[in-house]
Design a protein around this ligand. Structure first.
Ligand SMILES: NC(=O)c1ccc[n+]([C@@H]2O[C@H](COP(=O)([O-])OP(=O)(O)OC[C@H]3O[C@@H](n4cnc5c(N)ncnc54)[C@H](O)[C@@H]3O)[C@@H](O)[C@H]2O)c1
Ligand SMILES: [Zn+2]
Length: 684
């Protein structure tokens, strides 16, 4: 059953009136501008097809909304109009062609336009008498607006007194009040922490801030104002074109947008459009398009007005950055470091120039903040190259079948437990080594120099090994054959053989390096060393409870929990066992490095500096061993240094130690120190 044209028109008008109310009166739009504009276009089209149904109270014939009753109403000295829109290059060509026709211009003469950014804010009228600001008002319905003088007076960009010698008797200036993107974001961040409702976009923020009943609130919102038109000029000469008008505004002390340019013909308009599209994201404030105004005032007068807009100007809209759609489901994606991110799967929608079907929800805190559920209608925002965001849920439209979103307890990629620490927004998969989503990162870490130290196994090669399925877990590295390596890009006979040798060599390692190589969250090199020397063998680490793990120097609750959870995942244990099966080994010691009764280690409280070349051990390993014994290893010698471990070739550090009278010890002393504490020099 299809509607009669008259019913269809009435239904559209009714919808538009409701949206006007939410938008203009409540500053709380229920649909994105793009959808609103579409309704408007539909209505215009129907009214054109059925002129007999056009009435003067149709939204197509009116400007803006009704003034809010909480402010006193003022009548504008000259109506404040709207602008016609162009949504495409074709619309722009039509606009220029119509002007040419009306002015009966020859095809060769180009029309000049003042090309201005269309600031996405609130239009205001500023009335001056004898140079003083006496009244400021919103556009309202174009004829009547709201008196917001007290609030506008708080905006520093609005002069309270005109500058310059030639001050007219009466002057009405029009401009746009905007809130910068930075102010808007800061405001919303604060609103969220205070559990207040954030604004949808900077335009709404500007509208809401301007229409405060207490102007002290407005004053805090750091609003800005750019002026671009005159409504009245008594006792002065009206400038002869738009560019001259803007210059005059500047002289009177108004802020005029610095991006404004004079352009010529449709080509000039198109070039300006491309330039501004490219600059859009860099601007401090939001613009939703450009306004092209016939520059010459005599031509403006000749072209005149239609119902609600001048014929001599047009707003060329940019692609909308906001759109409304529905959340069809929520998927949990596992990042390469195990972070689990909820992603909203959307009904595809065109926004910011592309079709969007996913939007990140970041984490559970964001989900709580938005109050979002599966099935909800949401506003999506895509500005520039930023990934699409859900900015708001339209609660009024929530369907009965909407379902809350909860974090899965198991990783969607590998089934391991999901960990989420208290006070932390991010949830993570605990399947570090075995999780396919984390495979490449885990392998890159596993082979790195301070871990298993496999020479010649770079990131690109790992990508290839994983992508070709030759390697899924670290143990697979030790199963690689010459023949399979030869099939890879840039792997010849020689490099493949060399790699296999490096892999084989890495089998001989230390417990500390092995623990570090596993890539347990927050277990860095020094923690791995501390854990290895505390427990002495892998079995004890695997079995250790959280309390026991916390006894390791520098291991707190969080790290202890990570280690504990890691060794409770069957898949991780599998990988560890397989590594040992394929021949990864180290010398296990006694759990001898526990703290003594007083809680200190042999070198606790001592600061040691290592310099020169040591024979039996690399400098890094020497530092690590000293740390295991409780020493603090420093990079430079000072009076606080307890002693210096110096090998041959020591330079300035040695001379400094001698100058300061700091004791210098050699490698032999160091080795005996290790021996008496049951440690062995490691390294190659
Ligand atoms: N989402 C909703 O529910 C809803 C409801 C009503 C209106 N709207 C939106 O409001 C807009 C319609 O309002 P409108 O009639 O103000 O039209 P408009 O915003 O498209 O254009 C006119 C306005 O542009 C502004 N402007 C900015 N820079 C300018 C410049 N350099 N020169 C001249 N003017 C400049 C002025 O404030 C002027 O009043 C549309 O974008 C529409 O989508 C949305
Ligand atoms: Zn996983």
């Amino acid at each position: 059953m299809s509607l009669t044209p008259s019913d269809a028109i009435e239904s559209l008008r009714q919808q538009i009136r409701e949206h006007d109310y939410h938008y203009y009166v409540e500053d709380d739009p229920r649909i994105p501008d793009q959808d609103y504009d579409a309704l408007m276009l539909q209505l215009k089209k129907l009214e054109q097809e059925h002129p007999e149904l056009l009435t003067t109270d149709s939204p197509t014939q009116r400007v803006g909304g009704v003034p809010l009753s909480s402010f006193s109403t003022v009548q504008h000295v000259a109506p404040m109009l709207s602008l016609d829109n162009a949504f495409s290059e074709q619309d722009m060509q039509d606009f220029v062609r119509r002007i040419r026709e009306r002015l009966k211009l020859p095809a060769t003469s180009a029309v000049e336009f003042a090309a201005e950014p269309k600031l996405d804010g609130i239009a205001v009228s500023l009335l001056y008498e004898k140079g003083s600001l006496i009244r400021a008002a919103t556009r309202g319905d174009g004829e009547f607006g709201e008196d917001i003088t007290a609030n506008v007076r708080t905006i520093t960009a609005v002069p309270l007194r005109l500058l310059g010698g030639s001050v007219p008797l009466r002057l009405e200036v029009r401009g746009e009040v905007v809130m910068s993107k930075a102010t808007f974001e800061a405001f919303n961040r604060r609103a969220v922490t205070k559990n207040e409702k954030p604004f949808v976009n900077p335009r709404n923020a500007a509208a809401g801030s301007l229409r405060q009943l207490d102007s002290r609130v407005t004053a805090k919102r750091s609003l800005d104002c750019y002026c671009y038109a005159l409504g009245l000029l008594e006792g002065g000469e009206w400038p002869e074109d738009q560019m001259a008008l803007l210059e005059r505004l500047r002289q009177w002390g108004f802020k005029v947008n610095p991006e404004i340019k004079l352009v010529s013909g449709i080509d000039g308009c198109s070039a300006y459009y491309s330039q501004m599209m490219a600059r859009r994201d860099q601007l401090k404030y939001e613009i939703d398009g450009l306004v092209f105004k016939v520059n010459r005032r005599d031509w403006q007068s000749e072209l005149g007005y239609v119902s609600r807009a001048p014929r001599w100007a047009i707003a060329h809209k940019f692609p909308a950055q906001e759109a409304m759609t529905t959340v069809e489901s929520v998927e949990f994606q596992v990042g390469r470091t195990g972070a689990i991110t909820p992603v909203a799967k959307l009904k595809p929608v065109f926004v910011g120039g592309v079709t969007v079907s996913n939007a990140t929800l970041h984490n559970m805190d964001e989900i709580d903040r938005l109050g979002i559920q599966v099935g909800d209608f949401v506003f999506i925002r895509r500005a520039g190259d930023v990934i699409p965001q859900v900015v708001r849920v339209v609660l009024e439209k929530r369907p009965d079948a909407a379902r809350p979103i909860s974090m899965p307890t198991h990783c969607p990629a590998c089934g391991s437990d999901v960990e989420r620490e208290e006070q932390q927004a991010v949830a993570r998969c605990s399947g570090g080594l075995s999780c396919p989503a984390q495979r490449k990162e885990a392998l890159k870490h596993f082979v790195s120099r301070r871990a298993m130290d496999i020479d010649g196994l770079g990131d690109k090669l790992i990508d290839q090994l994983v992508d070709t399925n030759l390697v899924q877990s670290p143990a697979d590295l030790y199963m690689l054959q010459l023949s399979s390596l030869l099939g890879l890009e840039r792997m010849g006979e020689k490099s493949s053989a060399k790699l296999l040798k490096a892999i084989d060599k890495s089998k001989s390692t230390t417990l500390a390096k092995f623990i570090y190589a596993l890539g347990i969250r927050e277990v860095g090199e020094s923690t791995a060393k501390a854990v290895a020397s505390f427990f002495g063998n892998l079995q004890s680490i695997k079995e250790a409870e959280i309390e026991r793990l916390q006894e390791v120097p520098d291991v707190g609750t969080v790290v202890a929990k990570h280690i504990h959870v890691f060794f409770r995942q069957p898949d991780n244990l599998d990988v560890v066992n397989r590594l040992i099966e394929v021949g990864v080994h180290w010398t296990e010691g006694q759990p001898s490095r526990t703290k003594d009764a007083s809680g200190s280690l042999p070198l606790t409280g001592q600061t040691v500096v290592v310099t020169g070349t040591l024979e039996s051990v690399s400098r890094d390993d020497a530092k690590a061993l000293l740390e295991q014994l409780g020493a603090k290893v420093a990079g430079s010698v000072s009076a606080k240094t307890s002693w210096v471990l110096a090998g041959p070739g020591a330079g300035s550090k040695l001379s400094k130690a001698e100058a300061l009278g700091v004791e210098v010890r050699d490698e032999k002393y160091f080795l005996s120190l290790l021996e008496s504490n049951g440690l062995q020099p490691t390294g190659d």
